[in-house]
Ligand binder design. Sequence first.
Ligand code: DAH
Length: 364
Amino acid sequence: MSDVQTLSASLVDEVRSAADADTLEAIRVRALGKSGTITALLKTLGAMSPEERQEKGPAIQGLRAAVADAIAERKAALDQAALDARLASERLDMSLPVGAGAQGSVHPVSQVMDELAEIFADLGFAVATGPEIEDDWHNFTALNIPETHPARAMHDTFYFPDVDAEGRRMLLRTHTSPVQIRTMKDAEPPIRIIAPGRVYRSDSDATHTPMFHQIEGLVIDRGIHLGHLRWTLETFLKAFFERDDIVLRLRPSYFPFTEPSVEVDVGYSIEKGRRVIGGDPTGPNGGWMEVLGSGMVHPKVIAAAGLDPAEWQGFAFGTGVDRLAMLKYGMDDLRAFFDGDLRWLRHYGFRALDVPTLSGGVGA
Ligand code: DAH
């Protein structure tokens, strides 16, 4: 065997038994690097006579190719083995149950929104959404709150300096009611939707935060009347507070976007020293608590949204999600909802895997 063949055989052997990437790289440098053995052999080709070069050239080039191929092959094998090892060590079994040390919980506002979606889905309501950055036409004008209306001042609106392409003033929506307008404009009646979401008002104390959550409800169909409204709200409140002894009181009220307008009170009583929704409001320490604003959608609102009020009627309601959470789960300071305090969340948060269902109980 010539020297070149011996060198080739021993280098290829060495490459094949290289145990790791570093050893392999050292062999490569020693053979094919700038001052490597094969590189040195290749350099001798230049000084050879053409005949000698013709004789030895193919062997030396063959040696270079054989070693380079062996290195590439070994490198691929080592890379694959390293990947296999990593995949084996980093494997996560996604089917394992969440352990006792599970972190994270569902915020009460999210929990209540899930509960509301579940209850209303059962009644045939879809969930609708709208933008939090609104224009004053959707937020006010279309809801029968014209420029000069005192309700505009009462809403403590956050305005943007800009107007949109149609010259409408932009603002942070002060209520979820503009979703009524957007839904009526986009969908064909009959309509049954709820619209939960964030709303904003420049207001802050123990029961008001500049951002809070509301839920809006809207039904548009033919021949809808106050009886439908009452039944729907009663069914909803019984399911939400998970009691059958819930009594409602509808009080005449005023909202620009409904006619007639009613405020809905729910009876409370004292049980085990605690005020709870349900029971006898006329009993000792019992009473009424306002929970919802509602009414028959004003014909002007139906017309503003592009429907014919002679054909379509409906009812609407709106309330605060944070307030519903406070009433159901007994929290007393709204500001704590948005502090992000882990101790509060651990105390009031809900287990992520407890999905509210009507059959399993919508509460936690
Ligand atoms: N948008 C009202 C508010 O922010 C709440 C409300 C009252 C909504 C009556 C309604 C309704 O849909 O019919 O205070």
